[in-house]
Design a protein around this ligand. Structure first.
Ligand code: ATP
Ligand code: MG
Ligand code: ZN
Length: 417
């Protein structure tokens, strides 16, 4: 992909309303633009990052036995009245009326919709367990939207919902989801902790949050120094570990995911039942599981940046390699284009900076945008038979012969095989 053809509107300064580093850098590096409070446009580089995170989420959810569907964003009020949440959800639920004066809302979460589907379609114990997920735009009219994609009003979430025969089976699904989430955030290249959590507006009796460790995090988490107990400090109220009496170590985190054991909180009021082996009606036992796709991208930046810009973890970077052609014509440009072809043939994603800009501008933008590897191709280097490979994270530079570049980068991007 050519830089000159991609839309990457970088800025020297961050807007004054950007408080946290990920928000500042996403604006400055041309990843997002604000349309209204808490409502953002995802520009091309950002979309590539979101798609990478979504792919990892999809693969791990599918591997854990969940199947993907897509529910409507718009939901009729009747369903929300059945569970009582039309009244208790408050102002975060964006409501509107259609031309026939019927009440609707924009989904902030989808327990009602999915339970309606499953209660109509699933009859027998033979069809359970069932775990369904979607990756979809949500709307929550947050009282204080801020920090860019971290706390928007409109945001992309992976949400999933499980339906089991009984509590024991549902808790097994819950444990499988905890495992899948650990794989997902590990594959995203993040440092995180799974902690005990309160259940809030979603409800249920057991919950874990996945917290990306970062100073700017809105949550405080405590971890026992003696055993493996860890919790959101909203949940762990005392000064000592409830399991072993050990003392706590405190840190800050960004909640990127949360899982809930719901029991029959939704299946009871909505009468989601199945017939057991003896033909008797039983309530389905549910769980629900969410991951903020945009918030995960923002949390990755909070954890991985320096004074010059973003430093993406390789698995979710918009591209693997940025080629900086110091001259946008002649031999360096020809070599750069050839490298693009050869690298792409190895499934390496390349952004070629072909702009007619000063080298200083290209270097500064490359550091800001945060692609993990930079190749510098210039006529001076080529005369010595060298191309520079820089690792964005460490700043380490290697001088390679043009013939070595593809093999070296293939190993770095895909590992030895
Ligand atoms: N306003 C938001 N902007 C971006 N992502 C969000 C927002 N609200 C929730 N998410 C993401 O969706 C996931 C699942 O939603 P959940 O209902 O657990 O959120 P929540 O606990 O209400 O979030 P918070 O406590 O941060 O408001 C969260 O873990 C988070 O990653
Ligand atoms: Mg949550
Ligand atoms: Zn302990």
């Amino acid at each position: 992909m050519r830089y000159s053809e991609m839309f990457i509107p970088t800025l020297r300064e961050a807007p004054s309303d950007a408080e946290v580093i990920s928000h500042k850098l996403m604006i400055r590096a041309g990843y997002i633009r604000k349309l209204a409070s808490g409502v953002y446009m995802y520009l091309p580089l950002c979309l590539r990052v979101l798609r990478k995170i979504e792919t990892i989420v999809r693969e791990e959810m599918t591997a854990a036995g969940a199947s993907e569907l897509l529910l409507p964003v718009v939901m009729p009020a009747e369903l929300w009245r059945e569970t009582g949440r039309w009244d208790v959800y408050g102002k975060e639920l964006l409501r509107f009326r259609d031309r026939h004066e019927r009440d609707f809302c924009i989904g902030p979460t989808h327990e009602e919709a999915i339970t309606d589907l499953v209660r109509r379609e699933v009859r027998s114990y033979r069809n359970l367990p069932l775990n369904l997920f979607q990756i979809q735009t949500k709307f929550r009219d947050e009282i204080r939207p801020r920090f860019g994609l971290m706390r928007g009003r409109e945001f992309i979430m992976k949400d999933s919902y499980s339906f089991d025969l009984d509590e024991a089976s549902s808790l097994k699904t819950y444990a499988a989801m905890v495992d899948a989430y650990k794989k997902i955030f590990t594959r995203c290249g993040l440092t995180f902790r799974a902690v005990d959590a309160l259940t809030g507006a979603i409800g249920g009796t057991k919950s874990h949050e996945f917290q990306v460790l970062a100073e700017s995090g809105e949550d405080e988490i405590v971890a026992c120094t003696k055993c493996d107990y860890a919790a959101n400090s909203e949940k762990a109220v005392g000064e000592k570990c409830p399991r072993c009496g050990g003392s706590f170590e405190r840190s800050r985190g960004i909640e990127v995911g949360q899982v809930f054991y719901l029991g029959t909180k939704y299946s009871a009021p909505m009468k989601a039942v199945y017939l057991d082996e003896s033909g008797k009606e039983q309530l389905m036992v549910m769980g629900c599981y969410g991951i903020g796709i945009g918030r995960t991208a923002a949390a990755a930046i909070e954890q991985n940046h320096d004074e010059r810009g973003i430093v993406w973890p390789l698995p979710i970077a918009p591209f693997h390699v940025q080629i900086i052609a110091l001259e946008s014509a002649g031999e360096p440009f020809r070599v750069a284009k050839e490298l693009v072809q050869k690298l792409e043939a190895q499934r390496i994603e390349v952004l070629l900076d072909d702009r007619d800009e000063r080298p200083g501008v290209k270097f500064a933008d490359a550091d800001l945008v945060g692609i993990p590897y930079h190749l510098v191709v210039g006529s001076k280097g080529l005369k010595e038979g060298k191309i520079e490979l820089k690792e964005r994270k460490t700043g380490k530079v290697q001088k390679l012969a043009p013939s070595e570049v593809v093999d070296t980068l293939t190993t770095m991007v895909h590992g030895r095989s």
